[in-house]
Design a protein around this ligand. Structure first.
Ligand SMILES: [Zn+2]
Length: 133
């Protein structure tokens, strides 16, 4: 890989330190978004992702809100990581425990979430488009 490959990479803003990094240095992790009241996929640089993932782990470990816990399982599914216990409707505490184990796998690099393809911006924000007419 030459420098040309690096410059062709997408540049990603780290949600932790707000620095801009090539996509290959970014780790995708679930992180609680209080505005959305659910976990969302966020992008973190090499320095920020471990402490941020620890925050997610700590918060999830004591979570009792079913929708909040479910949002982690849905997020993993969107990235192609399927949790059988969630799929078959196991009780929330069981799902929460498994999700904690999945976060451990993320931490150790066994699970790696990709940013993947993004929808076009005009499709991603239909409400704002409609508001103008
Ligand atoms: Zn960062």
């Amino acid at each position: 890989m030459g420098t040309a490959d690096k410059s062709a990479e997408r540049q990603i803003l780290c949600s932790g330190c707000l620095g801009v990094f090539p996509e290959s240095l970014i780790t995708v992790i679930p992180y609680f978004n209080s505005d959305a009241s659910e976990y969302v996929a966020t992008y973190r640089c090499e320095r920020c992702w471990v402490p941020s993932l620890e925050e997610t782990r700590t918060r999830l470990a004591s979570a009792t809100n079913e929708a909040e816990i479910t949002s982690v399982a849905v997020l993993f599914e969107r990235h192609g990581v399927i949790l059988h216990e969630f799929r078959r409707g196991d009780p929330t505490p069981v799902v929460r425990k498994r999700l904690g184990q999945m976060l451990d796998l993320l931490r150790s690099g066994v699970i790696r979430l990709a940013i993947g393809a993004l929808p076009p911006l005009d499709a991603a924000a239909p409400d704002e488009e409609a508001g103008g007419t």
